[in-house]
Design a protein around this ligand. Structure first.
Ligand code: ATP
Ligand code: MG
Length: 201
């Protein structure tokens, strides 16, 4: 399974609907400083609900909505009131099966699961903001999205996304801490935690 396409709409610097294709093995995004490369990664974290521990670079969710006066502190308003990012996953290898998708979407009506579409929208109103998740077009919630992704080995505390600075952090870790990462990736950390809980009881 891999990301096939990203559709950003009024998300951060993407002030119009932008489709970004990803290839199966390797995709490189290049461009000048400030052109929006890291915003693409922020888009993935935002849409997949992975931002909790990995940190999107925004103070509040509504900062993610495209604002044409973003670079200018004195300018405000005039921007869009809504942003969305859709991540389209290629699931042709059947990593996630139909029943898993149906259960996370809470609907039989999910179409073909050869492609899995996860979309998140943030909407700003006068005095509040709202966040919505969709799975293959069906309205769902963060925990169902996270449960589904966990079954494909994608988790907020995992290392699917290696952020700027993570590599230095890993180099500076003690061997014991570094071993923790390997346990996490191998999937045994979960059992260690359960074992500890059992001993405590
Ligand atoms: P670098 O090579 O320096 O890492 P980059 O290509 O990763 O650069 P990003 O950090 O992705 O660049 O993009 C930064 C740009 O995004 C800035 O110009 C900033 O003004 C713009 N930006 C961030 N949030 C918004 C927003 N809500 N509306 C409009 N523009 C935004
Ligand atoms: Mg960057």
């Amino acid at each position: 399974m891999h990301i096939k396409k990203l559709v950003l709409d009024d998300f951060k610097s993407f002030g119009r609907k932008t489709e970004i294709p990803f290839y199966e093995d390797f995709t490189v995004v290049t461009g000048p400083n400030g052109s929006g490369k890291s915003n693409i990664i922020d888009g993935v974290l935002f849409a997949l609900g992975l931002a909790r521990t990995r940190g999107i670079r925004a103070e509040k969710l509504t900062d993610l909505i495209y604002n044409p006066g973003h670079a200018d502190e004195s300018a405000s308003g005039g921007g869009a009131r809504e942003a969305s990012v859709e991540v389209i996953l290629d699931n042709e290898d059947g990593r996630l099966d139909r029943s898993q998708v149906v259960s996370a979407a809470g609907s039989e009506n999910v179409g073909s699961v050869d492609e899995i579409s996860i979309k998140r929208r943030v909407k700003e109103t006068e005095d509040n903001y709202y966040s919505y998740y969709y799975l293959n077009g069906r309205s769902t919630n963060l925990s169902d999205i996270q449960d589904l992704l966990a079954q494909a080995g994608v988790a907020p505390e995992g290392y699917n996304v290696v952020m700027q600075g993570d590599v230095t952090e890993i180099i500076n870790m003690t061997p014991y801490q570094r071993r923790g990462i390997i346990d996490e990736i191998a999937g045994v950390a979960e059992f260690d935690a359960k074992k500890e809980d059992a001993f405590e009881e």
